[in-house]
Design a protein around this ligand. Structure first.
Ligand SMILES: [Fe+2]
Length: 206
């Protein structure tokens, strides 16, 4: 599965997409979160990913669907990532598992001073970590949690990215963690969408 990384000297870890209607996306998604979830009151969850009725969210957030039509990338699933105030140590170092790795993420709430950090971990080193099954995809991946708090001293950082107003497309197979800075506000909420095909595959000629 490590081969999925390809030659990483030729790729960026993440890419900013045009803003277009981001204000509408934010307000519609926030309204849905207020009406249908307890995310804004949640001070204790540590799981980050929230199971949601994404079809209901899609109905309530036409701006999101309009955006995905605008960039011509159909999606098949939406999830919400919530960093609560007990997660001041961040969301654990991890990587996605092959199959569907490219995600398009949207900043929704309290995204300032929270950073997604991607690290360059050589293939040989990654293979030394224990294999686990990703509970969301049922695919194998490596458990990188043992280096969550030390990765910055062990491996070169590729990018440290703070979501502001741009949606981003990124390869979640590359090892990354989410780290709040001292001025982060909670809950920090981000919306992740999974394209039907990896954007890379959309570029195939047949
Ligand atoms: Fe991730």
């Amino acid at each position: 599965m490590i081969d999925y990384l390809g030659d990483q000297t030729k790729f960026k870890a993440c890419h900013e997409l045009p803003v277009f209607n981001s204000k509408d996306i934010k307000s519609q998604v926030m309204e849905w979160i207020q009406n249908k979830t307890n995310f804004l009151q949640d001070k204790i969850s540590r799981g980050f990913w929230m199971k949601i009725d994404y079809k209901d969210l899609a109905k309530s957030a036409p701006a999101l669907i309009e955006y995905l039509k605008h960039v011509k990338i159909p999606i098949q699933e939406i999830t919400v990532g919530v960093l609560t105030e007990v997660m001041t140590d961040g969301f654990v170092m991890h990587h996605g598992s092959p199959g569907r790795n490219f995600k398009i993420n949207f900043p929704i709430h309290n995204t300032e001073d929270v950073y997604t950090e991607w690290y360059d971990i050589p293939e040989h080193d990654i293979r030394q970590f224990p294999e686990i099954i990703n509970q969301y995809t049922s695919e194998a991946c490596y458990d990188l949690s043992s280096i969550h708090s030390t990765v910055d001293k062990l491996y070169p950082q590729r990018v440290r990215y703070n979501m502001h107003s741009c949606p981003i497309v990124f390869n979640s197979y590359l090892p990354h963690r989410v780290m709040p800075g001292p001025d982060a506000k909670y809950p920090r909420i981000m919306l992740a969408t999974m394209p039907v095909q990896d954007p890379f595959d959309l570029m195939k000629l047949s």
